[in-house]
Write a protein that binds this ligand. Structure first.
Ligand SMILES: C[S@@+](CC[C@H](N)C(=O)[O-])C[C@H]1O[C@@H](n2cnc3c(N)ncnc32)[C@H](O)[C@@H]1O
Length: 315
């Protein structure tokens, strides 16, 4: 296999600082890469998975890398097999069509935020810093976390804290926010912590991590984008082509699991005699999700909640 276009321009230390890829070998093996194929990495980030895909492609292979965060652009290798699309992967089919691509040999996504996004204080993702409550992965989008806290009704806030954050006292939290925002603005991380300090339950760090996760998922409509990506992937995958998705949240994993099993987002109804009622256009490559091994868990704490599912388009 020829690999003459492999890039060496970006130092490894810069990429490792940006993000350490999780379940790297498992994902790449799962994709069963054809050297001359067309692959899509929907979540380029620091480019860890993309680089590993490129290593398995020959000079005829192509990689389309999506990332809605413009910061990811600086990690792009100087490799003319790569096409970068700085857009939300919910527009996958539209942008591939724009580049005259109608069928691909594999699609992957490593969901959520990168370590870089967490570490940049002014992005507002991390409970460790004080900054504006932003949390937009795509800075072109209008809705920030502060806007959600300002405009959502009590029941909408309750729903997101309960479903996306699994916050134990989500109802009380939502009520407190609505009461406090009438008295004082909640625009920054410290203002939010101050406004709700009286209702924090258990370990404050863990509590706020759950609150922040809920806000981040809502601001970026992460589950909506995932559903659109999965739906479009069916039309884009060639027969026997594979899709690999890494999730970090139980609801997100359930969306992927149900879709792979049934081709829909409904909880799969299993008929005792005939098996699944809905015929899926995909077949599972592994019945159970792949999780990180002991070595990776030791080296990268972020891998703890990672689940990889791989499916293959039926021929
Ligand atoms: C966990 S990181 C991916 C890390 C990457 N696999 C690596 O090895 O460095 C997720 C990346 O996907 C991007 N992202 C998340 N959701 C997205 C979406 N709906 N559309 C496009 N990019 C998205 C984020 O901006 C972030 O850079």
């Amino acid at each position: 296999m020829s690999n003459t276009k492999k890039d060496t321009a970006i130092p490894n230390s810069q990429l490792q600082n940006y993000h350490v890829p999780v379940l790297l070998n498992e994902t790449i093996d799962g994709l069963n890469i054809k050297p001359a194929g067309i692959y899509v990495d929907c979540t380029f980030g620091g480019g860890g998975h993309s680089r590993a895909i490129l290593e398995r492609l020959n000079e005829n292979g192509r990689l389309v890398a999506f990332d809605q965060d413009d910061d990811a652009r600086k990690n792009l290798p100087a490799d003319d097999r790569v096409l970068f699309v700085p857009q939300n992967f919910r527009h996958l089919q539209r942008f591939l069509r724009l580049h005259k691509i109608t069928a691909v040999d594999g699609i992957m996504a490593d969901l959520g935020v990168s370590s870089h996004q967490f570490d940049e204080a002014e992005r507002g993702f991390s409970t460790r810093h004080d900054a504006a409550l932003d949390m937009r992965m795509d800075q072109r989008q209008p809705v920030t976390a502060a806007a959600v806290l300002k405009s959502f009704t009590e029941s909408q806030l309750h729903k997101i804290f309960e479903q996306y954050g699994e916050v134990t006292n989500s109802k009380t939290l939502a009520r407190t926010i609505v009461q406090q925002r009438a008295v004082t603005a909640i625009n920054t991380i410290n203002e939010l912590k101050q406004a709700v300090h009286s209702v924090v339950k258990g370990n404050p760090q863990k509590y706020f991590a759950q609150v922040f996760q809920a806000l981040r998922i809502e601001v970026n409509d992460e589950f909506g984008a995932l559903r659109e990506l999965l739906q479009q992937s069916i039309a884009l995958l060639k027969p026997s082509a594979r899709i690999a998705i890494i999730t970090f949240h139980s609801l997100e994993d359930r969306i992927v699991k149900n879709f792979f099993r049934s081709g829909t987002f409904a909880e799969t109804e299993v008929d005792e005699v005939y098996g699944n009622k809905t015929e899926s256009p995909l077949k599972l490559v592994n019945k159970k999700p792949v999780t990180a091994g002991t070595e990776e868990l030791k080296l990268n704490p972020r891998s703890r909640s990672a689940k990889l599912r791989v499916a293959e388009k039926k021929a």
